[in-house]
Structures are given as structure tokens and as C-alpha cells.
Design a protein around this ligand. Structure first.
Ligand code: ADP
Ligand code: 5GP
Length: 208
């Protein structure tokens, strides 16, 4: 058996809607192809091109509630009048087996995972918190408008939430400014790569 066998990592990535999380993560995955995304559940409708089981599990409000009552979520939140949640089954077994899993979740979810890690050493040694921020709120608005996926009402909701979310950046261990896409992708990849060398994820004591 390899004496340096490790647990993987669970990386919480947050940042306002439209900041470029999906774009940056797609770039990081070109360098680190074994990174996988946890697929969340949501009660919002799919956008054009989104597929059930690929971007999200799109659930009815009743099905979401049933899973919540069944204690199936690691964390969950109400965002923009819809519900979003991470299934325990999507992440914990995979990280135990050495997988590197990314969670693209909002700050409410990040706070729940922080709190859980305070009482669970197992979770504390595998979880990391990364915040992606725009260079300015004006840039964020331009990107959201450019993506063209939201109604004006949804867009205003998302911009309002962005301000509150950005003010909480100190909850995270790492902050990456998505100004120049190529540079930000290199930075994110470096941060994600560093989690593979932590002593805390070694499964056994070595050199004893
Ligand atoms: P998120 O996943 O955070 O909601 P997206 O990855 O969908 O955001 O990015 C929102 C929009 O901004 C997309 O149209 C994307 O192509 C664009 N974008 C992302 N990063 C940059 C960047 N550094 N410079 C310019 N545009 C960007
Ligand atoms: P969108 O509707 O643009 O896909 O996502 C909106 C917001 O929901 C983003 O900030 C994203 O990070 C967050 N989100 C997506 N999935 C989850 C989840 O499982 N849990 C939580 N807490 N937030 C999520």
C-alpha cells in the first residue's frame, strides 16, 4: 500500500452570480482534469442548454423538500426565491476515496459547511474556501448583462445579492480577482493544486 495515500479535497468556491466561476473552473479543469464538480439540486428552471444531471438536478419544490426531510443535504439555501442544495451522496464518499470535488455554492451554504467543519475534524481537514470576486461591481453588471441569461428583475436581484456576498470575503481563506481571465485561471489552478500537498490529508502516519 502507498504510505502517502490521501483523502481528496472539498473546495467551496463562491462569488457573485456572473463573476466567472464556471468559466474559471472550466479552465482549471484543463490543467487538473481529475477535478469534478458536485452537481447541486435546484428548484429553478433550466436555462437554455442546461441538462438535468449535468449542470444541476432540477427538482420540483416537493421533491426538494422530501430530500431535505430525509437529511440528504450537506448544505442548502434559499437564493433568488429558489432553493439550492448539495447532496451528501455527491461528495463525501468521493473525497474519502481521494477525489477532488468543487462546490459552486453561495455564502449561506459556505457558512453551513464552515460551521460543520468546526465540529468535525474529518471535514476540517479536507475542506477549503475560495472566493472569486470581480474587479468592480460595474464589471460584474456588464458580465451578467453580457451573458444575457436573466430577466431584468432577476438581474437586479443578483446585483443586490452580490454586494452583500462580496462584503463577506473574510469568511474565505483565498480570494481571486477575476480581472484578466488567463491570469485568474492560473491563480485558481495554483490554489487548487496546493491542496494536493497538505499533511492534513495523509491517511496514515508516515516515518513512525
Ligand atoms: P458564474 O458561473 O460566476 O455565474 P460565468 O462563468 O457564467 O459566471 O461568467 C459570466 C459571464 O462573464 C460569461 O459570459 C463569461 O464568458 C464572462 N467572463 C467570465 N470571466 C471573464 C473575464 N475574466 N473577463 C471577461 N468576461 C468574463
Ligand atoms: P445559478 O442560478 O446562477 O446557477 O446559481 C445561483 C447561485 O446559487 C450561485 O451563487 C451558486 O453559487 C449558488 N448555488 C448553486 N448550487 C448551490 C448549492 O447546492 N448550494 C448553495 N448554497 N448554493 C448554490
Amino acid at each position: 500500500m502507498n504510505p502517502f495515500e490521501r483523502y481528496g479535497s472539498l473546495v467551496v468556491i463562491s462569488g457573485p452570480s456572473g463573476v466567472g466561476k464556471s468559466t474559471l473552473v472550466a479552465k482549471a479543469r484543463e490543467e487538473l482534469p481529475d477535478l469534478s464538480f458536485s452537481i447541486s439540486c435546484t428548484t429553478r428552471s433550466p436555462r437554455p442548454g442546461e441538462q438535468h444531471g449535468r449542470e444541476y438536478y432540477f427538482l420540483s419544490p416537493e421533491e426538494f423538500e422530501r430530500r431535505l426531510q430525509n437529511d440528504e443535504f450537506l448544505e442548502y439555501a434559499g437564493i433568488f426565491a429558489k432553493r439550492y442544495g448539495t447532496l451528501k451522496s455527491e461528495v463525501l464518499t468521493a473525497v474519502e476515496a481521494g477525489g477532488h470535488i468543487l462546490l459552486d455554492i453561495d455564502i449561506q451554504g459556505a457558512k453551513q459547511i464552515r460551521a460543520a467543519a468546526e465540529v468535525s475534524q474529518e471535514l476540517a481537514r479536507i475542506v477549503h474556501f475560495v472566493m472569486i470576486v470581480p474587479p468592480s461591481l460595474e464589471t460584474l453588471e456588464a458580465r451578467l448583462r453580457g451573458r444575457g441569461s436573466e430577466t431584468e428583475e432577476q438581474l437586479q436581484l443578483r446585483l443586490g445579492a452580490a454586494k452583500a456576498e462580496l462584503a463577506n470575503y473574510r469568511l474565505y481563506d483565498y480570494i481571486i480577482v477575476n480581472d484578466d481571465l488567463e491570469r485568474a485561471a492560473v491563480e485558481l489552478t495554483a490554489v487548487l493544486r496546493s491542496f494536493r500537498f497538505l499533511t492534513s490529508t495523509l491517511k496514515k502516519d508516515v516515518f513512525q
